[in-house]
Design a protein around this ligand. Structure first.
Ligand SMILES: [Zn+2]
Length: 165
């Protein structure tokens, strides 16, 4: 799977990561599904009741769901929930064991969900994975996505705001 992410969306995400470090943060990826491609057009933040630790992050799920529904309605049903992102301020942009289990659970609810992880080593950067559909009792391993940052054409519809909290 190839994940396209708007340059300003990506820079904003990394700015959020830098701002909260050394605490973890994260949010929701919103955008479009086009066949095997995902186009990330905006993020939704952690929410006011999110818990940020040095080695844990728990988003304010109720707040995020409300913002997802608003973005969906404001876009006339065009913008989809694509997955989640979070940071590893003191580690690598790789899936932890817990991340793999979380992605498997997410993938059971929403097929081909994304998980993007940002980390600071060598300059803040990110990697993304998707959870392919497995067979019953045989979950498939997470698959690394190709991540491509692109300049969003000015006439494309946008997620009107990037709510954070
Ligand atoms: Zn993680």
């Amino acid at each position: 799977m190839k994940v396209w992410i708007g340059r300003d969306v990506f820079e904003d995400l990394l700015e959020q990561a830098r701002t909260l470090a050394p605490l973890e943060t994260g949010g929701v990826l919103m955008g479009w599904r086009r066949g095997g491609d995902r186009i990330v057009m905006g993020t939704i933040g952690p929410g006011p009741k999110a818990l940020h630790g040095r080695h844990m992050f728990l988003p304010d799920h109720a707040w995020q769901v409300a913002r997802i529904n608003e973005a969906f309605a404001a876009s006339g049903g065009d913008l989809d929930y694509l997955g989640d992102w979070h940071t590893h301020p003191e580690s690598e942009a790789e899936l932890s064991g817990l991340d793999r289990r979380t992605l498997q659970k997410l993938g059971r609810k929403i097929a081909d969900s994304l998980m993007l992880i940002a980390a600071p080593a060598g300059g803040w950067h990110a990697n993304a994975w998707t959870q392919p559909r497995g067979r019953l009792f045989h979950p498939a391993p997470a698959e690394r996505c190709e991540l491509a940052v692109f300049d969003v054409p000015s006439d494309w519809p946008r997620l009107i705001s990037t709510p954070r909290a």
